[in-house]
Design a protein around this ligand. Structure first.
Ligand SMILES: NC(=O)c1ccc[n+]([C@@H]2O[C@H](COP(=O)([O-])OP(=O)(O)OC[C@H]3O[C@@H](n4cnc5c(N)ncnc54)[C@H](O)[C@@H]3O)[C@@H](O)[C@H]2O)c1
Length: 262
C-alpha cells in the first residue's frame, strides 16, 4: 500500500507514538487527519506540518465527535482527492488501580469504564466509522489493496503488571480483535495489524517516576532503554507498505517481558 498521496486518520496524533507516526507518514508524502483530545497540541502540530495536515478535536469515547471528524475528513478528501489509505488508532490512556485495594475496596467501575471506553470502544468506533469510506476506495496495486488499519496494544496485553487489570483488558482485547478484523476485511483488500510496544518515550511515560522507568528499563533484554517514538513510526510505515503483514500483533519490545511488580 503506498503512503504518498493518501490520507491517514490518526487518533492520538497530537502526542507521542501517534504524533511520530503522523510526522513520519507526512514526511513520506501522506495527508494526515489528526484526531485528539488535546486541542493546543493538535493546532501546533498542524501549524508545523502545513497544508497536508488537518486537526479535529475529538474525544474518541464520544461517538458523535468521531462522526464529525470523519465527516470533516471526508469533506477535506473531496477537496484534495487523496483517498483514505489507513487508520492508525493511537489514542489511549492508562489508569492504574488494583482490582481490590488495601482498604478492601474494589476498583471503581468508573475507572474501568474510562480505560475501556477510550482504549477499546474508541478504537473500534473510529475504525467502524472510517471503514465505509475505505471499502469504496479504488483498489490499488497488483493485490488490489484498499487500505490498512493499524491499532496499538501494549506489552500489557500479554504480561500486564499488578494494578493493570483495566489497561491489560483493553489492550488484550485490541490484540484479540486483530485477526477477526483482518478476516472481516479481507474481501475488501483492507488489512489489520496491531503493534504492541513495551516502554516508549512519550507524554504517557514521562509521568512515570524515575524509579518505575528504571525498573521497566531493567526488564528489557536488549537494547536496555526506552524505545523512541520514531522507531514505532517506522513499524507503522512498514505495516502500511508491506502487504504480507496482516491479522497479526507485532511485539515491539526489545524482548521485554514485564515482571508482576516493579
Ligand atoms: N509509550 C509507551 O510506553 C506505550 C507502551 C505501550 C502502549 N502504548 C500505547 O500507545 C498509545 C499512544 O500512547 P503514547 O505513549 O504516545 O501516549 P501520549 O500520552 O503521548 O499520547 C496519547 C495521545 O492520546 C490522546 N488521547 C487521550 N485520550 C483521548 C481521547 N479520549 N480521545 C482522543 N485522544 C485522546 C492524548 O491527548 C495524547 O495526545 C496508547 O494507546 C498507549 O496505551 C504506549
Amino acid at each position: 500500500m503506498k503512503i504518498a498521496d493518501r490520507t491517514f486518520i490518526i487518533s492520538g496524533g497530537a502526542s507521542g507514538l501517534g504524533l511520530a507516526t503522523a510526522r513520519d507518514l507526512h514526511a513520506h508524502g501522506a495527508y494526515v487527519s489528526l484526531l485528539d483530545l488535546n486541542g493546543d497540541a493538535g493546532a501546533e502540530t498542524v501549524s508545523t506540518l502545513g497544508s497536508r495536515a488537518k486537526f479535529f478535536e475529538v474525544d474518541v469515547s464520544d461517538t458523535d465527535a468521531i462522526a464529525k471528524a470523519i465527516e470533516g475528513t471526508v469533506a477535506w478528501i473531496k477537496e484534495t482527492g487523496k483517498e483514505i489509505g489507513g487508520v492508525v488508532a493511537g489514542a489511549g490512556v492508562g489508569l492504574p488501580g488494583m482490582i481490590i485495594d488495601k482498604k478492601n475496596e474494589p476498583l471503581a467501575l468508573s475507572s474501568i469504564d474510562f480505560v475501556l471506553n477510550i482504549n477499546l470502544r474508541g478504537t473500534l468506533d473510529l475504525i467502524r466509522q472510517a471503514l465505509p469510506y475505505m471499502t469504496t476506495n479504488k483498489p490499488d496495486g497488483p493485490d488490489g489493496e484498499r487500505g490498512v488499519i493499524i491499532m496499538i496494544a501494549s506489552s500489557a496485553a500479554f504480561d500486564g503488571q499488578m494494578g493493570q487489570v483495566a489497561y491489560a483488558a483493553s489492550k488484550g482485547a485490541v490484540a484479540a480483535l486483530t485477526l477477526p478484523l483482518a478476516r472481516d476485511l479481507s474481501r475488501f483488500g483492507i488489512r489489520a495489524i496491531t503493534i504492541a510496544p513495551s516502554l516508549f518515550d512519550s507524554n504517557m511515560t514521562k509521568m512515570m517516576s524515575a524509579k518505575v522507568k528504571q525498573s521497566l528499563t531493567n526488564a528489557m533484554e536488549f537494547p536496555k532503554r526506552a524505545g523512541q517514538p520514531e522507531e514505532f513510526a517506522r513499524v507503522v510505515r512498514d505495516s502500511v507498505e508491506n502487504s504480507m503483514l496482516n491479522g497479526t500483533v507485532i511485539r515491539l519490545d526489545g524482548a521485554m517481558r514485564m515482571p508482576a511488580r516493579l
